[in-house]
Design a protein around this ligand. Structure first.
Ligand SMILES: Cc1cc2nc3c(=O)[nH]c(=O)nc-3n(C[C@H](O)[C@H](O)[C@H](O)COP(=O)(O)O)c2cc1C
Length: 262
């Protein structure tokens, strides 16, 4: 079996799942044309709403007057959070400028075919809103209350890393694949991952501008998170998790000083 893989690798044939996936979703002769464009873009851009659930209205987000280049210089991952809660004002700015509807249906991140397959959920553990799980409704700029009773032992099962389990706020970015794949087929999977990267970087830069810390988390248990969010893991599934919180100022001196570019 091992020698078969070596021979395949020598012949330039994909041996790993990701290689096969990448190869089979290249545009060109390998990619079945009919799969690329099954339907034209739907005229109405989909987004998720839980209309019957109670909501927390977020304040109007205020502009943040920090130079973009300063946030790019200072961006870094923070894993040590203070006990101070995140304010509602900060949550509002973070969600709106990372993932909201900024103008005429536009979002602050690009999306293949403007199909916007991503959704954002928020787990509050130490913020101005009660502990619980919320969905960010982009149209209304409100948080829809999914549940305010989550046992802490459930949260502990979601992550491998101890420091993340008590983060003041945890953002879950999910993808509803069919919004994209109905048009782009399997290649849409690539688009979706790219878009999660765009949105995640918005959260990183905004955290820096808002003087809070954040860290992307690869070490989460997919099915446990999907169960918490009540999504099926196929049509909609979690792709990235970002822990957010006020930085523990005591530990900041231990962090590396950001490099100053000349
Ligand atoms: C996809 C991805 C997954 C990551 N997963 C984790 C993680 O599970 N735990 C963690 O502490 N940091 C995680 N990080 C953060 C990286 O460790 C961090 O970006 C890297 O060490 C560089 O440090 P900096 O972000 O401060 O520049 C992840 C980053 C990315 C992009």
């Amino acid at each position: 079996m091992k020698s078969k893989k070596i021979i395949q690798a020598l012949l330039g044939k994909p041996t790993m799942l990701y290689e096969k996936f990448h190869q089979d979703t290249k545009l060109g002769f390998r990619f079945p044309k009919q799969e690329y464009k099954i339907f034209s873009s739907p005229s109405r851009i989909a987004h998720k709403e839980y209309l019957r659930l109670e909501k927390i209205v977020l304040p109007t987000p205020q502009d943040i007057k920090i130079p973009l280049t300063k946030t790019l210089r200072n961006r870094l991952s923070t894993r040590d959070f203070s006990k101070d809660p995140i304010s509602l004002k900060t949550l509002s700015q973070l969600l709106f400028f990372a993932a909201g509807v900024t103008r005429q249906g536009k979002r602050p991140y690009p999306s293949a075919g403007a199909l916007y397959p991503l959704e954002v959920y928020l787990l509050s553990q130490r913020t101005d809103i009660p502990k619980g799980l919320y969905h960010y409704n982009i149209r209304l700029h409100v948080l829809e209350i999914l549940t305010q009773t989550i046992p802490s032992k459930v949260i502990r099962t979601l992550f491998i890393q101890e420091s993340i389990k008590n983060a003041p706020c945890i953002l879950f970015i999910t993808a509803r694949f069919p919004r994209n794949t109905v048009k782009y087929g399997n290649r849409g999977y690539r688009h979706v991952l790219q878009e999660v990267g765009h949105l995640s970087q918005n959260i990183y830069l905004l955290s820096c501008a808002l003087d809070i810390g954040c860290v992307s988390i690869g070490g989460f248990k997919d099915d446990a998170v999907n169960t918490l969010l009540v999504v099926d893991g196929l049509e909609e599934t979690v792709i990235n998790v970002i822990a957010v919180g006020r930085k523990n100022k005591k530990s900041l001196t231990k962090e590396k000083t950001p490099v100053r570019l000349k």
